[in-house]
Design a protein around this ligand. Sequence first.
Ligand code: ADP
Ligand code: G6P
Length: 478
Amino acid sequence: MTIEPTPDQATYDLVVVANRLPVDRTTDAEGNETWQQSPGGLVTAMQSVMTGGDGAWVGWSGDPGEAPEPFDADGLHLHAVGLTRQEIEDHYEGMSNDTLWPLYHDVIVPPRFRRRWFDGYRTVNRRFAQAAARLAAPGATVWVHDYQLQLVPAMLRALRPDVRIGWFNHIPFPPVELFAQLPWRRAIIEGLLGADLLGFQRRADAENFLRVCRRLLALQTRGDTVTVRNHDGGERVVRATSFPISIDSAGLEELARRPETLERARQIRRDLGDPDIVLLGVDRLDYTKGIRHRLKAYEELLADGVLAPPKAVLVQVATPSRERVQAYQQLREQVEVTVGRANGDYGQLGQPAIHYLHQSFPREEMAAMFLAADVMLVTPLRDGMNLVAKEYVTCRYDQGGALVLSEFTGASGELDRAFICNPHDIDGLKLTIREAIDTDPREKSRRMRTMRRRVREYDVQRWADHFLQALAAAPERP
Ligand code: ADP
Ligand code: G6P
């Protein structure tokens, strides 16, 4: 990755503001710095949209301490925001990932409400808003991302009333009955309403937001707009609507079609012992992803004798994530105990029942794994979109493979030709996995072709174009 200094006072017509930069800094014991791609769907999607353009990206470098000087990476102008250890604890680990993340994902684990965390969240949001205000050219477009930065739109509007502000939520927006629990619900809604356009993954998310505005703040909504009263007594109209996110399908397919990727996929199958059936899971190690439910169903299929290694194997890639948050530590323990038990009970020497990888991999390796997998298991209990599902179908240019997909993902709204499951229903999930294995290959091909067409036609560039066009057309301020 090329890194060059950026001229200090430059301003930009497009500024992206996200909690993370697309690259993460790690400093080893000797003080040597290395940068690698940050985890998660937001970065996967936005990096492909922004690369090669002339926009700036404001974000945190992923570790505590002073922000590095602005730098360019792969043609992107990166402006880091520095966070102290305490701010990381309060804003990132606390408010963002121990309060908002569980609250917005159906309370799968209980959200924790700490006043100190919200203070840290507000401080950090202000710092991001100030950084964006300094970098935006007159009349620029500022695109704010995700649940970590919901106060930024209003803070930025106060600093720079001339810029157009969009915000996109990569995760679900909860129903009012859950959102109402949040002690700082008014501050969050008012923070968001500083934007001209609010984007959500699904229609249901946008509708949840509009309902929250009506019920909790008694605001007036009409269609997909909310009317907001300014401090000076004037009115502003904010639009809230859905833009389902996607991937760079052409770029990924090109990678998947390379002969070396196909050869690597063949090698992966050989390394697994040439099984008849390779099942695959690829997720951040997050309790929203339904990894435990998936492992339970697989373990039962082994116990029932329906699947048996070495003829069938499961590969579970679980990217390390938010490792200082307790719920993630507990999940890791539970997953690793289950993997150990399944391998103890059903594995043989050199032939485990589950190949478990708690690691990150380059894109090339991910594409090869997708090509090597007969059945892809995407079983979240709740997921804003789930890009892994779209990546899998994109890589299957051979029309092979089968996708088992939870009905609780945003992706299921588009990929309805997948083998749809309810991961809470373990018997149902087992049946769906069997169906994905046993269905006639011609039928599986037909399903794959339909899903591939959808992802190819509505790729991440179209998503970004739609969002930015809607932002440009957002109701003018009176
Ligand atoms: P989330 O945003 O919640 O992490 P998504 O499925 O939307 O979930 O996006 C995850 C992204 O991270 C995908 O682009 C996926 O390919 C990538 N990814 C997941 N696990 C790994 C891994 N172990 N190594 C590299 N990339 C990974
Ligand atoms: C999801 C969120 C992103 C987040 C990513 C990785 O995709 O929507 O905002 O960046 O997960 O999580 P992390 O906590 O490592 O940034």
